[in-house]
Design a protein around this ligand. Structure first.
Ligand code: ARE
Ligand code: CA
Length: 493
């Protein structure tokens, strides 16, 4: 469950948060395939509550009503089309799945027209009834909701934010969830993100996964298990640990992004300590984690998981992304966001509920792309920033090498090599770097893929000369917009 089944030579995924299936399909063909992305994490695909107060928040997608594939992103046919086209382009699809719970404690109608009543656990679209939710017998808080994260029984058996909590110990409930996941697998997805995994017993998850089909052998080859990303927020202060879930899939390493934010955003920690970043910092094995700078929750100040670097801080974002993609630890996920009317009052963003760019009828807006590869309107498309997509290619080129040659030249100024295939240097504060550095690379002229693109054998940015002993003169001003130099053997001029 920890192999993402990337097509060969690919190694990063992007979360296209709230994108429509038709747009993701187009993106696989026109961009993600050609630029070497392994895959896409897509927003929840199955029916969920239509919330109108506030009006169509992004978070309505996390309140399932049935497992029919029908959402603001599109219907089942469009979903199937996306999966088929993306696989043909060499790009995998991982679906965000929500099966810890159903809706909050109110009644209404779902995106597919099914009625629901979360209070009584009534979901005729599945169908689930009151006996399919946890209750007084195994959740002992007065109102049935989670109040304390220090009691693992409460966290697993009570309602997360009052949402109807599924009784995953039941055969029928397990079979319905496995049926949905198998439908996704048979369509051709490569894996899933498991929302709120911390709120489910590891044994229940293992039971459900043991029922899953192998991935489609016509696409992935025989005997392949789906990739599983378990959302477990473990910042170190609670009894429930990431390690309980390791082995059941890869866990989300939230501490990773927060540590990098401490360095490149807050300067409260020092990049020079990154020399042994990874397991030596008490983090799980590189093979057991997904790493990322921010996700759809903590980028809007929500959901625990710390205060991260986001697109609202473009410079730290580019520096930290370059570091993440150059560094061998973990399997990287890039967040691709939309802008909303951020409005922080007393430390809280009162508009952080706002859904994706939409038309008058609340349908999600198409993603339009510009000639310079950026996106228009409020789609941020971090994955289309030059510093980001060129580092996705860097990571593909240096795959299989180890980190060597780590040096620091000040608290926030570092460089390292990936064997003899790639080299990166960065300045994470207002200082500068002006040195002769051993890059570990064969002699030649290389395109700095941060300042420009490598196109038809030429470089639109800085060219870096590596001499016969592997040394190069590296000059970076920390005040510049892009205080990073990155070169690799796939971009020699
Ligand atoms: C919304 C309303 C609620 C309402 C509920 C039901 O905001 O007021 O009660 O609906 O009507 C998202 C939003 C929620 C939203 C929910 C459903 O963030 O605001 O609720 O969708 O629409 C915990 C969990 C972790 C979870 C975070 C948010 O452990 O799994 O909370 N993250 C995932 C997703 C979210 C999603 C859900 C789960 C729910 O990524 O996008 O919620 O499906 C400590 C702990 C953390 C804990 C955190 C909570 O840090 O260590 O484990 O995270 O506190 O603050
Ligand atoms: Ca639960």
């Amino acid at each position: 469950y920890s192999d993402p089944h990337c097509a060969s030579g690919r190694d990063s995924i992007v979360h296209l948060f709230e994108w429509k299936w038709t747009d993701i399909k187009a993106e696989c063909e026109r961009f993600l395939g050609p630029y070497g992305f392994c895959g896409v994490q897509v927003s929840p695909a199955s029916e969920y509550a239509v919330v109108t107060n506030p009006n169509r928040p992004w978070w309505e997608r996390y309140q399932p009503v049935s497992y029919n594939i029908i959402s603001r992103s599109g219907n089942e046919q469009q979903f199937r089309d996306m999966v088929t086209t993306c696989n043909k382009a060499g790009v995998r699809i991982y679906v965000d799945t929500v099966f810890n719970h159903m809706t909050g404690s109110y009644s209404g109608i779902g995106t597919g027209g099914n009625h629901f009543d979360g209070g009584s656990c009534s979901f005729p679209g599945v169908p689930f009834g009151s006996q399919d939710c946890n209750g007084r017998d195994n959740c002992h808080t007065s109102d049935g909701s989670i109040h304390s994260y220090s009691d693992p029984i409460e966290v697993r058996n009570c309602r997360l934010q009052s949402m109807a909590d599924l009784r995953l110990s039941k055969e029928y409930v397990r079979s319905k969830i496995a049926e949905y996941l198998n439908r996704l697998i048979d369509i051709g997805v490569a894996g899933i993100r498991v929302d709120a995994a911390k709120h489910m017993w590891p044994g229940d998850l293992q039971n459900i996964f043991s029922r899953l089909h192998d991935l489609r052998s016509d696409i992935f080859g025989p005997g392949k298990k789906p990739f599983v990303i378990l959302e477990v927020i473990d910042m170190g202060g609670e009894p429930i640990k990431m390690t309980e879930y390791v082995g059941t899939g890869r866990v989300t390493n939230f501490i990773y992004g927060v540590k990098l934010a401490d360095m490149f955003l807050r300067h409260s920690n020092q990049a020079k300590w990154l020399a042994n970043f990874g397991e030596a910092w008490g983090m799980p094995s590189t093979y057991d984690v997904v790493v990322f700078l921010n996700n759809h929750d903590n980028q809007r100040g929500d959901g625990g998981g710390g205060d991260p670097i986001t697109f609202w801080d473009p410079k730290p974002m580019k520096i930290a992304t370059a570091f993440m993609l150059a560094h061998p630890y973990g399997f990287p996920r890039i967040m691709s966001s939309y802008r909303w009317n951020r409005n922080i009052q007393n430390g809280h963003d009162v508009n952080n509920w706002e859904g994706p760019p939409h038309n008058g009828d609340m349908s999600i807006k198409d993603v339009q792309v510009n000639a310079d590869l950026s996106c228009s309107g409020d789609w941020v498309c971090e994955h289309r920033w030059r510093e980001v997509y060129n580092m996705v290619a860097f990571r593909n080129v240096v795959a299989g090498t180890t980190l060597t040659n780590f040096h620091s030249y000040g608290d926030q100024v570092i460089s390292f090599s990936r064997g003899s295939k790639g080299f990166i240097a960065l300045v994470g504060d207002d200082s500068s770097l002006n040195s002769n550095i051993n890059t570990g690379l064969p002699s030649g002229d290389y395109c700095d893929v941060i300042s420009g693109n490598y196109e038809n054998g030429a470089c639109t940015g800085k060219t870096i000369h590596v001499d016969g002993s592997g040394n190069a003169h590296i000059n970076i001003n920390g005040h510049s917009d892009d205080p990073v130099v990155a070169i690799h053997i796939g971009a020699k001029v």
